[in-house]
Every structure is written in C-alpha cells, then in structure tokens.
Design a protein around this ligand. Structure first.
Ligand code: BTN
Length: 319
C-alpha cells in the first residue's frame, strides 16, 4: 500500500521533501501529492512547509511485525501459527473468525468496524491504540472456556505490568480500568462445535494515545495508557500480550479459571463496594465480594452471597 510506504518515511516526525517521497514510491511529485491527500482520510494531520516538505508532527508509532516477532519468547514464537498486521481492516476479530485456524494473531493500525461488547462500536483511530485478536482451538467443548474472558483480563494487566505500568484494575467481567475509567476492553467470540472442537477469538482493544477528535465517539468514561505515563511502543505491548496469552490459552484446558481467580480479585476495582448489576429486565443491588471459581460475579445481598453470570450484565457503583 503506497500510503503505508509514505507513512513509514514520515513516521520519524521529520520533514521530507516531495522528491524524496516520490523516489520512495517511484512516482512523480504530483502523484505524491495525491497519496498525501489520503492521509486526511486516516485522520492524520500533515504539516507542509514550503522549501522543507512534509511532516507528521510528533511522528507515528507504527506496528512492525518483524520487531514484534523477533522479541517474542521462544515458547510463544514456537506456538504461533500466523501473524498478520493490516494497515486497515473492518475488525481483527471478524478476520480471524472468517479463518479456521488456531494460534493465529491479527493486528491492525485501524479498524473501520471495530466491535465492542453488547453491540457497541470500538473506536479505532489509525496508529494510536492497539487492536489485537488471537484465535485458539480447544477440544472438550465450550464448558472448558468458563471464566476465560476474566483470565484474559488478568493476563492483559500482567502484560502491561511487565512493562512497568501500575495502577491498572479490572471491572467484572473484563474491562481494564485506570482510575475507574476504561482503558481496555476484551471481546471473546466463539465458533465451531460447543461440545467438541471449539474455536475462540480473543479480541483486545487497548487505548494508548486516544486522539481527542476520535474520543468524541466514545460513550463511556475512558482513559489511555499515555495518561499513566507510558511512552513505550505499541510493538512492545503487542509482544507482551502474545507472550502472556499463549501461556494462558495453551494451558487453560488444564488450569481453568480457578488458578487465575485470586489474581483477578487482586485487580478488582469494585471489591467491597456497593454496586448495581443491570440486565435487560432486572437490577440487582449488593456488595461486590469477588468472583466464583467459574468467573461469576459474587454479590452479597441480605446476608447471602449470590453468583451472577451472563454476558449482558452491566456493573455500576450504587450511589
Ligand atoms: C469491549 O466492549 O469492552 C470489548 C472491546 C473489544 C475491542 C477489540 S479491538 C480488537 C478486536 N476487534 C474487534 O472488532 N473488537 C476487538
């Protein structure tokens, strides 16, 4: 893609002349101008100064499949079947769902139809955040997968902590929070045989440097890792995500959620707080006291502890 070639040159944040960009693409200066126009469609602002050329202020932290795969742990590298990085795609989850593989990873610089839980869109501006999916096949049917989405949350936090980030928490079932605001989301989608070979696509969206303009489309309190002071690369985060997820997915049929339960509870943002659990037809109120061995939310209500599960529940602080 010609635009990506230009972006790789401009990603250093320096000025580059029309001639230089033309030489990279093997086209004339006029043709370069046409390509540069397309950057606006990606939401990128180009600075153009007569006599100096073009620049993207602050540069761009582009995904680089080579630098990611090079830094993977030996165990993860050995398990990984395919690794795709797209400049643009509808949804990385949809892409992996449309294939039939296992241990496949897909990333994109931007998603045009990124999907969140409960039918929400996932705002996915170009080269700013992480849009990541990984597929895995489990034999033994869907029951093996109980609690998996919570365990993924634990691994996402662990991956980020391994890069020195602190202060991340989880909200049941699997939102990643900073100071009560959502910084990451996890969407698990299944295909295959619920009682036999069952395929899961784990989708993870992480806000790194959400541009103000794009954030106008987010309908909930949000945060990004830049606000925690993270100034590292998206490639490093991706690498850690793969390392941690391979360990989780590879061992999950054996370990189940039980092994991750305590860790999940140590990250629980709502533990001990009065909450409302909202479903389509009911609101439950109680005190959040942790999660069960299968990942259900435990609420203390009138002296009893009750377990609630199900994908359509929404948890709020009771005020
Ligand atoms: C949520 O709503 O909390 C889940 C958000 C999941 C977003 C990620 S981004 C990568 C993958 N592809 C998608 O279309 N969605 C997930």
């Amino acid at each position: 893609m010609a635009v990506m070639k230009i972006l790789r040159v401009l990603s250093d944040g320096e000025f580059h002349s029309g001639e230089e960009l033309g030489a990279v693409l093997g086209v004339s200066r006029t043709a370069v101008w046409k390509h540069l126009h397309k950057l606006a469609d990606l939401g990128l602002e180009l600075v153009s100064v007569k006599g100096r050329g073009y620049c993207i202020e602050g540069g761009l932290d582009l995904l680089n499949s080579e630098s990611i795969t090079k830094k993977l742990s030996a165990g993860a590298a050995e398990k990984l079947a395919t690794f795709d990085v797209f400049s643009e795609i509808d949804s990385t989850n949809s892409f992996l769902l449309s294939k039939n593989g296992s241990a496949e990873v897909c990333l994109a610089e931007r998603q045009t139809a990124g999907r969140g839980r409960r039918g929400r869109q996932w705002v996915s501006p170009f080269a700013k955040n992480i849009y990541f999916s990984m597929s895995w096949v489990f034999s033994g049917g869907a029951q093996v997968l109980e609690g998996l989405s919570l365990a993924v949350g634990v691994k996402v936090v662990a991956a980020l902590e391994s890069l020195g980030l602190k202060g991340l928490q989880l909200k049941w079932p699997n939102d990643v929070l900073i100071d009560g605001k959502k910084v990451g989301g996890i969407l698990l989608e299944m295909s295959g045989d619920v009682s036999g070979d069952c395929r899961v696509v784990v989708g993870i969206g992480l806000n790194l440097q959400m541009p103000q303009k794009a954030s106008a489309d987010i309908d909930q309190a949000w945060a990004d890792l830049a606000s925690l002071g993270y100034a590292g690369s998206r490639n490093d985060i991706t690498c850690k995500l793969i390392d941690h997820l391979v360990v989780l997915l590879d061992g999950y049929s054996e370990s189940g959620f039980e092994v991750y339960r305590q860790e999940w509870e140590s990250f629980d943002a709502f533990r001990g707080k009065s909450v409302k659990l909202i479903s389509a037809d009911k609101v439950e109120e109680g005190v959040a006291v942790g999660v069960s061995a299968s990942g259900a939310l435990l609420l203390e209500q009138d002296g009893y502890t009750k377990a609630y599960s199900g994908g359509e529940l929404s948890l709020r602080l009771a005020v």
